[in-house]
Design a protein around this ligand. Sequence first.
Ligand SMILES: C[S@@+](CC[C@H](N)C(=O)[O-])C[C@H]1O[C@@H](n2cnc3c(N)ncnc32)[C@H](O)[C@@H]1O
Length: 468
Amino acid sequence: MESLELLDHHAPVALRGEAVYAPPRRVSEAWLAPWWKGLGRRYGHVFHSMCSYMGSFPPGLPRYLIEQFTEPGDVVVDPFSGRGTAPLEACLAGRHGVGVDLNPLAATLTAVKLDPPTLDETLVRLAELERTYRPEPVGERAPPEIRMLFEETVTLPQILHMKAALDPTDRTDRFLLASLAGILHGNHTRDVVSSRCLSVSMPNTFSMSPGYLARYIRDNGLVRPPFDAFEKLRLRMHFEFAEGVPGLRGRAVHGDARRLSQIVEPGSAKLVVTSPPYLNVVRYGKFNWIRLWLLGESVSDVDRSLRVEATDRRLALSDRMRFKSYCGFLRNVLAECSAVLHDDGVCAVTIGDVRNKEHGDRTLALEAWDEIKADVGLELGATIVDDVNELGKVSKIWGIGHRGEATKVDRVLLLHKPGRGLPKPRWSDPAALIEAIAASPSAPIERRPNVRPGVVRTRVPAAARKTA
Ligand SMILES: C[S@@+](CC[C@H](N)C(=O)[O-])C[C@H]1O[C@@H](n2cnc3c(N)ncnc32)[C@H](O)[C@@H]1O
């Protein structure tokens, strides 16, 4: 414990350089590095890729912290669960995963992964949907911006039938709906027929605006192939269940992180692991308008409810105002996280640095922490600094206004209750932990005694390896 408290978490901060995290000064601190990168980009249960979601965790990040700070059976909470990465990893590791998100798409994606049906249940339901399907003209049943994306004699009538018939409160139906959302749009394969998705060829990650898409379809002469939606969904089901389902069920809540203590029992969480929304960078509603249409949700309602503060957007565009309202939001949320945290728990908050026109590069996590630390009932134990692949940053995908706002550095603040210190990590040899996770991504990992750093057999970050 003492060694952790001695850590200088302000130590080397390289925003654009090679060094991307504060090199631990002692072997005992070697675990304070982004070891999950050693798992590689392909690590993760197949459920994670059911439907892409912007700004999601690499699954290894929450898994690393879950293994370090919790025991099987503990409660792990993510108040901004997005596609459900952290609570799913918790359930896969034999912990109780709880995910909360205010975006109905995110809440649905989290729910289906934490409480999935069986493959047979999905196939039986799909067969029933197919049996009750009668091809009908699309007519007024879909708006023009949806009609331009899907073939209108086979694909769209089938999608409309499933949209109308699937009940989002039913476990099996919800799973089919979430999977359908995942294959709704995406790029075509070279041979087109084996494409995974149902739309014209377009990105899978996000929905471009209807106006942009209309021009893009026209200018590039894109075609709408008559994909069989039932068949593609059936194939997807076989794929989704190929790795089995988590042994433990979790809990997903469509709710507000600012009211976390009304959703999760106070004092119950051994780990809160989360990444709050950026400074209004991602409009989760607007950028998911096609999937929200499928779920019958209103894009403007979603974006209104997710806005950090109900102020005029033009006001919020000033950097000072945005930072101030962001800190107010974070203050609320972290006070709620503190309330649900066990006395010996850890609250791990990942925040990316921003590159800002007025002030240049900003270490948002540490600046915001300085602003709010007196009010949230938590103390900073240590920070893990993680460079992220710049190309993967969602804010770079979006229009001119936001381009370049994210930098290459994410910081994971490891917070604990006042006076408690960070608990000792379960694995003093992070390389051995990474090996164990890689060997058993979907089954609970048995606790292994802390061992001395040994030979690293899996791919681990070069920078981290030097310190071990
Ligand atoms: C950076 S994303 C988190 C992604 C997540 N870590 C994952 O792996 O998918 C932030 C999330 O915060 C959600 N959100 C924004 N404001 C919220 C609020 N007040 N309460 C709960 N969720 C909120 C957004 O809908 C979005 O899903």
